[in-house]
Design a protein around this ligand. Structure first.
Ligand SMILES: [Zn+2]
Ligand SMILES: [Zn+2]
Length: 376
Protein backbone atom coordinates (compact mmCIF):
# COMPACT_ATOMS: atom_id res chain seq x y z
CA UNK A 1 0.00 0.00 0.00
CA UNK A 2 1.49 3.29 -1.00
CA UNK A 3 -0.34 6.51 -0.59
CA UNK A 4 0.75 10.04 0.07
CA UNK A 5 -1.00 11.64 2.99
CA UNK A 6 -0.87 15.35 3.56
CA UNK A 7 0.24 16.97 6.76
CA UNK A 8 -2.81 17.28 9.07
CA UNK A 9 -1.87 20.84 10.11
CA UNK A 10 -1.71 21.83 6.49
CA UNK A 11 -5.03 20.13 5.79
CA UNK A 12 -6.77 22.04 8.57
CA UNK A 13 -4.89 25.25 7.67
CA UNK A 14 -3.71 25.80 11.22
CA UNK A 15 -0.23 26.56 12.59
CA UNK A 16 1.59 23.86 14.61
CA UNK A 17 1.02 25.78 17.84
CA UNK A 18 -2.75 26.06 17.28
CA UNK A 19 -4.84 25.56 20.42
CA UNK A 20 -7.45 22.76 20.57
CA UNK A 21 -10.19 25.37 20.15
CA UNK A 22 -8.54 26.83 17.06
CA UNK A 23 -8.22 23.35 15.61
CA UNK A 24 -11.84 22.58 16.33
CA UNK A 25 -13.13 25.76 14.78
CA UNK A 26 -10.89 25.34 11.72
CA UNK A 27 -12.23 21.81 11.35
CA UNK A 28 -15.86 22.89 11.60
CA UNK A 29 -15.38 25.60 9.04
CA UNK A 30 -13.66 23.30 6.55
CA UNK A 31 -15.97 20.36 7.19
CA UNK A 32 -18.99 22.56 6.52
CA UNK A 33 -17.43 23.91 3.33
CA UNK A 34 -16.36 20.52 1.97
CA UNK A 35 -19.35 18.48 3.12
CA UNK A 36 -20.29 16.10 0.27
CA UNK A 37 -23.98 17.04 0.67
CA UNK A 38 -23.10 20.64 -0.08
CA UNK A 39 -20.97 19.71 -3.08
CA UNK A 40 -23.12 17.12 -4.86
CA UNK A 41 -21.49 17.87 -8.24
CA UNK A 42 -17.91 17.58 -7.00
CA UNK A 43 -16.65 13.98 -6.96
CA UNK A 44 -13.54 15.06 -5.01
CA UNK A 45 -15.57 16.47 -2.10
CA UNK A 46 -16.03 13.10 -0.39
CA UNK A 47 -12.28 12.49 -0.44
CA UNK A 48 -11.45 15.99 0.85
CA UNK A 49 -14.05 15.65 3.58
CA UNK A 50 -12.52 12.33 4.65
CA UNK A 51 -9.03 13.82 4.73
CA UNK A 52 -10.19 16.76 6.82
CA UNK A 53 -11.97 14.41 9.20
CA UNK A 54 -8.93 12.18 9.52
CA UNK A 55 -6.69 15.18 10.20
CA UNK A 56 -9.08 16.36 12.88
CA UNK A 57 -9.31 12.92 14.51
CA UNK A 58 -5.55 13.03 14.83
CA UNK A 59 -5.05 16.61 15.99
CA UNK A 60 -8.02 16.64 18.37
CA UNK A 61 -6.58 13.74 20.34
CA UNK A 62 -3.80 15.18 22.55
CA UNK A 63 -1.96 11.86 22.73
CA UNK A 64 -2.01 11.25 18.99
CA UNK A 65 -1.12 14.84 18.28
CA UNK A 66 1.88 14.68 20.61
CA UNK A 67 2.98 11.43 18.97
CA UNK A 68 2.67 12.96 15.55
CA UNK A 69 4.69 16.02 16.55
CA UNK A 70 7.43 14.01 18.26
CA UNK A 71 7.52 11.44 15.57
CA UNK A 72 8.32 14.08 12.99
CA UNK A 73 10.91 15.71 15.23
CA UNK A 74 12.67 12.38 15.66
CA UNK A 75 13.31 12.42 11.94
CA UNK A 76 11.93 8.94 11.32
CA UNK A 77 10.47 10.26 8.08
CA UNK A 78 14.00 9.83 6.66
CA UNK A 79 13.19 6.17 6.28
CA UNK A 80 12.05 6.94 2.76
CA UNK A 81 9.77 9.93 2.62
CA UNK A 82 12.26 12.72 2.07
CA UNK A 83 11.97 15.60 4.48
CA UNK A 84 9.21 14.27 6.68
CA UNK A 85 6.11 16.02 7.94
CA UNK A 86 7.88 19.21 9.00
CA UNK A 87 9.20 20.07 5.57
CA UNK A 88 5.72 20.86 4.29
CA UNK A 89 6.21 17.92 1.94
CA UNK A 90 3.71 15.13 1.49
CA UNK A 91 4.49 12.46 4.02
CA UNK A 92 4.44 8.83 3.01
CA UNK A 93 2.85 6.82 5.79
CA UNK A 94 3.15 3.58 3.91
CA UNK A 95 6.79 3.38 4.98
CA UNK A 96 5.83 3.47 8.61
CA UNK A 97 3.08 0.93 8.04
CA UNK A 98 5.67 -1.40 6.54
CA UNK A 99 7.77 -1.20 9.69
CA UNK A 100 5.05 -3.02 11.55
CA UNK A 101 4.23 -0.41 14.16
CA UNK A 102 1.31 -1.20 16.37
CA UNK A 103 -0.61 0.23 19.28
CA UNK A 104 -0.59 3.98 19.32
CA UNK A 105 0.76 4.07 15.80
CA UNK A 106 -1.93 1.66 14.76
CA UNK A 107 -4.42 4.24 15.96
CA UNK A 108 -2.43 7.02 14.34
CA UNK A 109 -2.41 5.25 11.02
CA UNK A 110 -6.00 4.23 11.52
CA UNK A 111 -6.88 7.89 11.78
CA UNK A 112 -5.52 8.25 8.26
CA UNK A 113 -7.58 5.36 6.97
CA UNK A 114 -4.99 2.59 7.19
CA UNK A 115 -7.33 -0.23 8.13
CA UNK A 116 -7.58 1.35 11.55
CA UNK A 117 -9.91 0.76 14.42
CA UNK A 118 -12.49 2.72 12.51
CA UNK A 119 -15.54 3.42 14.60
CA UNK A 120 -15.20 6.55 16.69
CA UNK A 121 -18.86 6.38 17.66
CA UNK A 122 -19.92 9.32 15.50
CA UNK A 123 -23.61 9.40 14.72
CA UNK A 124 -25.56 11.25 12.08
CA UNK A 125 -29.22 12.22 12.24
CA UNK A 126 -31.50 14.34 10.06
CA UNK A 127 -33.38 17.17 11.72
CA UNK A 128 -36.33 18.65 9.88
CA UNK A 129 -37.14 22.31 10.53
CA UNK A 130 -40.10 24.32 9.35
CA UNK A 131 -39.26 27.21 7.03
CA UNK A 132 -39.91 29.68 9.89
CA UNK A 133 -37.70 27.75 12.32
CA UNK A 134 -34.84 27.79 9.82
CA UNK A 135 -35.27 31.52 9.17
CA UNK A 136 -35.50 32.73 12.75
CA UNK A 137 -33.57 29.97 14.54
CA UNK A 138 -35.02 27.75 17.24
CA UNK A 139 -34.43 25.45 20.16
CA UNK A 140 -34.96 21.91 19.01
CA UNK A 141 -35.36 18.85 21.18
CA UNK A 142 -33.95 15.81 19.42
CA UNK A 143 -34.67 12.31 20.58
CA UNK A 144 -32.54 9.50 19.21
CA UNK A 145 -31.03 6.18 20.13
CA UNK A 146 -27.39 5.65 20.87
CA UNK A 147 -25.10 2.99 22.26
CA UNK A 148 -23.77 3.85 25.69
CA UNK A 149 -22.31 2.22 28.78
CA UNK A 150 -24.55 -0.47 30.22
CA UNK A 151 -26.03 0.97 33.41
CA UNK A 152 -26.45 -2.42 35.10
CA UNK A 153 -22.71 -3.16 35.13
CA UNK A 154 -21.42 0.44 34.73
CA UNK A 155 -19.86 -0.62 31.46
CA UNK A 156 -17.61 -3.24 33.02
CA UNK A 157 -19.40 -6.15 31.32
CA UNK A 158 -19.29 -8.12 34.57
CA UNK A 159 -22.40 -9.33 36.34
CA UNK A 160 -22.89 -7.02 39.37
CA UNK A 161 -21.33 -8.55 42.49
CA UNK A 162 -19.42 -11.22 40.54
CA UNK A 163 -15.77 -11.98 41.12
CA UNK A 164 -13.39 -9.90 38.97
CA UNK A 165 -9.86 -11.30 38.96
CA UNK A 166 -6.89 -9.02 38.25
CA UNK A 167 -5.74 -9.12 34.60
CA UNK A 168 -2.49 -11.05 34.28
CA UNK A 169 -1.43 -9.38 31.03
CA UNK A 170 -1.09 -5.92 32.56
CA UNK A 171 -1.02 -6.80 36.27
CA UNK A 172 -4.13 -4.73 36.76
CA UNK A 173 -2.68 -1.51 35.28
CA UNK A 174 -4.96 -1.61 32.24
CA UNK A 175 -2.00 -0.47 30.13
CA UNK A 176 1.03 -2.14 28.68
CA UNK A 177 4.31 -0.43 27.78
CA UNK A 178 6.60 -1.40 24.99
CA UNK A 179 9.70 0.04 23.39
CA UNK A 180 10.24 0.53 19.73
CA UNK A 181 13.87 0.39 18.73
CA UNK A 182 13.57 3.29 16.33
CA UNK A 183 11.96 5.64 18.79
CA UNK A 184 13.54 7.34 21.77
CA UNK A 185 10.41 6.84 23.86
CA UNK A 186 8.38 4.03 25.36
CA UNK A 187 4.94 3.65 23.94
CA UNK A 188 2.03 2.79 26.17
CA UNK A 189 -1.17 1.26 24.96
CA UNK A 190 -4.43 -0.06 26.37
CA UNK A 191 -4.25 -3.68 27.45
CA UNK A 192 -6.18 -5.69 24.89
CA UNK A 193 -6.97 -8.55 27.26
CA UNK A 194 -8.92 -6.53 29.84
CA UNK A 195 -9.70 -3.59 27.51
CA UNK A 196 -7.96 -1.25 29.91
CA UNK A 197 -10.03 -2.08 32.98
CA UNK A 198 -7.26 -4.05 34.73
CA UNK A 199 -9.73 -6.75 35.67
CA UNK A 200 -11.23 -9.75 33.94
CA UNK A 201 -14.87 -10.79 33.73
CA UNK A 202 -15.77 -14.13 35.31
CA UNK A 203 -19.56 -13.87 34.97
CA UNK A 204 -20.78 -11.66 32.11
CA UNK A 205 -23.50 -9.08 32.80
CA UNK A 206 -26.88 -10.47 31.74
CA UNK A 207 -28.11 -7.17 30.31
CA UNK A 208 -25.28 -6.44 27.89
CA UNK A 209 -23.91 -10.01 27.62
CA UNK A 210 -20.53 -8.80 28.72
CA UNK A 211 -19.70 -6.10 26.19
CA UNK A 212 -20.57 -3.32 28.64
CA UNK A 213 -22.75 -1.46 26.15
CA UNK A 214 -26.47 -0.99 25.72
CA UNK A 215 -28.79 0.88 23.40
CA UNK A 216 -30.61 3.76 25.03
CA UNK A 217 -32.91 6.63 24.06
CA UNK A 218 -31.33 10.02 24.51
CA UNK A 219 -32.58 13.57 24.19
CA UNK A 220 -30.50 16.61 23.37
CA UNK A 221 -31.68 20.19 23.08
CA UNK A 222 -29.85 22.16 20.42
CA UNK A 223 -29.93 25.82 19.60
CA UNK A 224 -30.27 26.33 15.85
CA UNK A 225 -29.10 29.81 14.82
CA UNK A 226 -31.20 32.01 12.50
CA UNK A 227 -30.74 31.68 8.76
CA UNK A 228 -29.61 28.06 8.71
CA UNK A 229 -29.71 26.49 5.24
CA UNK A 230 -30.99 23.14 4.04
CA UNK A 231 -28.12 20.64 4.13
CA UNK A 232 -26.14 22.51 6.80
CA UNK A 233 -24.70 20.42 9.62
CA UNK A 234 -24.64 21.01 13.35
CA UNK A 235 -22.24 19.11 15.57
CA UNK A 236 -23.10 18.10 19.15
CA UNK A 237 -19.90 17.09 20.93
CA UNK A 238 -19.81 13.72 22.64
CA UNK A 239 -23.47 12.93 22.02
CA UNK A 240 -22.76 10.01 19.68
CA UNK A 241 -22.27 6.34 20.41
CA UNK A 242 -19.84 5.05 22.98
CA UNK A 243 -17.82 2.80 20.63
CA UNK A 244 -16.33 0.65 23.41
CA UNK A 245 -16.91 0.46 27.14
CA UNK A 246 -14.79 3.06 28.90
CA UNK A 247 -14.17 5.08 25.73
CA UNK A 248 -15.38 8.63 25.13
CA UNK A 249 -18.53 8.97 23.08
CA UNK A 250 -18.32 10.08 19.45
CA UNK A 251 -20.06 13.21 18.20
CA UNK A 252 -23.59 13.60 16.97
CA UNK A 253 -23.81 15.31 13.60
CA UNK A 254 -27.20 16.80 12.82
CA UNK A 255 -28.03 17.35 9.17
CA UNK A 256 -30.56 20.12 8.74
CA UNK A 257 -33.49 19.59 6.38
CA UNK A 258 -35.74 22.58 5.79
CA UNK A 259 -39.39 21.82 4.94
CA UNK A 260 -40.90 23.68 2.00
CA UNK A 261 -43.23 26.63 2.57
CA UNK A 262 -46.57 27.15 0.79
CA UNK A 263 -45.52 30.66 -0.34
CA UNK A 264 -41.80 31.16 0.06
CA UNK A 265 -38.65 29.92 -1.56
CA UNK A 266 -35.22 30.91 -0.39
CA UNK A 267 -32.64 32.63 -2.56
CA UNK A 268 -29.53 33.42 -0.51
CA UNK A 269 -30.63 35.92 2.12
CA UNK A 270 -33.77 36.81 0.18
CA UNK A 271 -37.10 35.04 0.10
CA UNK A 272 -39.13 34.91 -3.09
CA UNK A 273 -42.89 34.53 -3.52
CA UNK A 274 -45.44 35.05 -6.30
CA UNK A 275 -48.57 37.13 -5.90
CA UNK A 276 -51.40 36.97 -8.44
CA UNK A 277 -53.09 40.28 -9.33
CA UNK A 278 -55.93 41.04 -11.74
CA UNK A 279 -55.40 42.84 -15.03
CA UNK A 280 -57.12 46.01 -13.71
CA UNK A 281 -54.99 45.95 -10.52
CA UNK A 282 -51.79 45.77 -12.59
CA UNK A 283 -53.05 48.39 -15.04
CA UNK A 284 -54.41 50.95 -12.61
CA UNK A 285 -52.12 50.21 -9.65
CA UNK A 286 -53.47 49.01 -6.33
CA UNK A 287 -52.60 47.82 -2.87
CA UNK A 288 -52.69 44.03 -2.39
CA UNK A 289 -52.27 41.68 0.52
CA UNK A 290 -49.05 39.63 0.49
CA UNK A 291 -47.73 36.97 2.84
CA UNK A 292 -44.60 37.94 4.81
CA UNK A 293 -42.58 35.92 7.33
CA UNK A 294 -44.35 37.91 10.06
CA UNK A 295 -47.89 37.36 8.73
CA UNK A 296 -49.97 39.32 6.25
CA UNK A 297 -48.60 42.55 4.84
CA UNK A 298 -49.62 45.16 2.26
CA UNK A 299 -47.79 45.79 -0.99
CA UNK A 300 -48.38 48.66 -3.40
CA UNK A 301 -48.59 47.50 -7.01
CA UNK A 302 -47.58 50.52 -9.14
CA UNK A 303 -49.70 51.58 -12.08
CA UNK A 304 -48.71 49.71 -15.26
CA UNK A 305 -46.94 46.81 -13.54
CA UNK A 306 -45.94 44.15 -16.08
CA UNK A 307 -46.46 40.39 -15.65
CA UNK A 308 -43.34 38.87 -14.07
CA UNK A 309 -42.25 42.17 -12.48
CA UNK A 310 -40.20 41.65 -9.31
CA UNK A 311 -41.06 43.99 -6.48
CA UNK A 312 -38.77 44.21 -3.49
CA UNK A 313 -39.79 44.59 0.15
CA UNK A 314 -36.62 45.64 1.98
CA UNK A 315 -35.56 43.89 5.18
CA UNK A 316 -38.24 41.21 5.15
CA UNK A 317 -35.95 38.33 4.21
CA UNK A 318 -33.61 36.05 6.11
CA UNK A 319 -31.61 37.39 9.09
CA UNK A 320 -27.91 37.64 8.15
CA UNK A 321 -25.68 35.98 10.70
CA UNK A 322 -22.42 37.69 9.83
CA UNK A 323 -23.39 41.03 8.30
CA UNK A 324 -26.42 41.65 10.50
CA UNK A 325 -29.72 42.96 9.23
CA UNK A 326 -31.97 40.97 6.96
CA UNK A 327 -32.28 40.13 3.29
CA UNK A 328 -35.28 41.24 1.24
CA UNK A 329 -38.56 39.72 0.22
CA UNK A 330 -38.98 39.60 -3.54
CA UNK A 331 -42.51 39.48 -4.88
CA UNK A 332 -43.06 38.26 -8.41
CA UNK A 333 -46.22 39.79 -9.86
CA UNK A 334 -48.36 37.30 -11.75
CA UNK A 335 -51.02 39.06 -13.83
CA UNK A 336 -54.01 36.81 -14.21
CA UNK A 337 -55.92 36.90 -17.47
CA UNK A 338 -59.61 36.20 -16.81
CA UNK A 339 -60.94 32.98 -18.34
CA UNK A 340 -64.58 33.52 -17.54
CA UNK A 341 -66.33 36.81 -18.15
CA UNK A 342 -69.86 37.98 -17.47
CA UNK A 343 -71.75 39.41 -20.45
CA UNK A 344 -71.14 42.93 -19.17
CA UNK A 345 -67.43 42.32 -18.56
CA UNK A 346 -67.04 40.94 -22.06
CA UNK A 347 -68.65 44.09 -23.53
CA UNK A 348 -66.32 46.28 -21.46
CA UNK A 349 -63.20 44.39 -22.59
CA UNK A 350 -64.35 44.58 -26.22
CA UNK A 351 -64.85 48.30 -25.81
CA UNK A 352 -61.45 48.60 -24.18
CA UNK A 353 -59.86 46.72 -27.04
CA UNK A 354 -61.40 49.09 -29.58
CA UNK A 355 -60.39 52.10 -27.51
CA UNK A 356 -56.75 50.95 -27.15
CA UNK A 357 -56.36 49.72 -30.73
CA UNK A 358 -55.06 46.22 -31.37
CA UNK A 359 -51.38 47.19 -31.79
CA UNK A 360 -51.11 50.22 -29.57
CA UNK A 361 -48.90 48.87 -26.75
CA UNK A 362 -45.13 49.61 -26.90
CA UNK A 363 -43.95 46.00 -26.64
CA UNK A 364 -46.46 44.91 -29.26
CA UNK A 365 -45.26 47.70 -31.58
CA UNK A 366 -41.59 46.73 -31.16
CA UNK A 367 -42.48 43.12 -31.84
CA UNK A 368 -44.29 43.98 -35.07
CA UNK A 369 -41.37 46.16 -36.19
CA UNK A 370 -38.92 43.34 -35.69
CA UNK A 371 -41.20 40.91 -37.48
CA UNK A 372 -41.34 43.24 -40.44
CA UNK A 373 -37.54 43.76 -40.47
CA UNK A 374 -36.95 40.04 -40.50
CA UNK A 375 -39.57 38.82 -42.96
CA UNK A 376 -40.41 41.95 -44.90
ZN1 LIG B 1 -23.88 -4.75 31.47
ZN1 LIG C 1 -5.03 -6.08 31.27
Amino acid sequence: MSRLVRDPYELLEVPREATPDEIKSAFRKLAARHHPDRNPDDPGAQERFKEINAAYQLLSDPQKRAMFDRFGAAGVGGAGAGTGPFGGMPFDFSNIADMGFDGVFGDLLGAFGFGGKGDKGDLRRDVTLTFQEAVFGCEKEIEYERVESCSDCQGTGASPGSNRPVCGACNGRGKVRFHQAMLPIAVERTCSRCHGTGRLVSVPCGTCRGDGLSRRKKTVVVHIPPGVEDGATHLVDRAGNVPRAGRAAGDLELVIKVASHPFFKRSGDDIVCSVPVTFPQATLGSEVEVPTLEGKGKLRIPQGTQPGAMLRIRGKGIPRRVLGGRGDQIVEVVVEVPTQLSERARQLVEELSKEMGADAQPQRRTFLDKLRDLFG
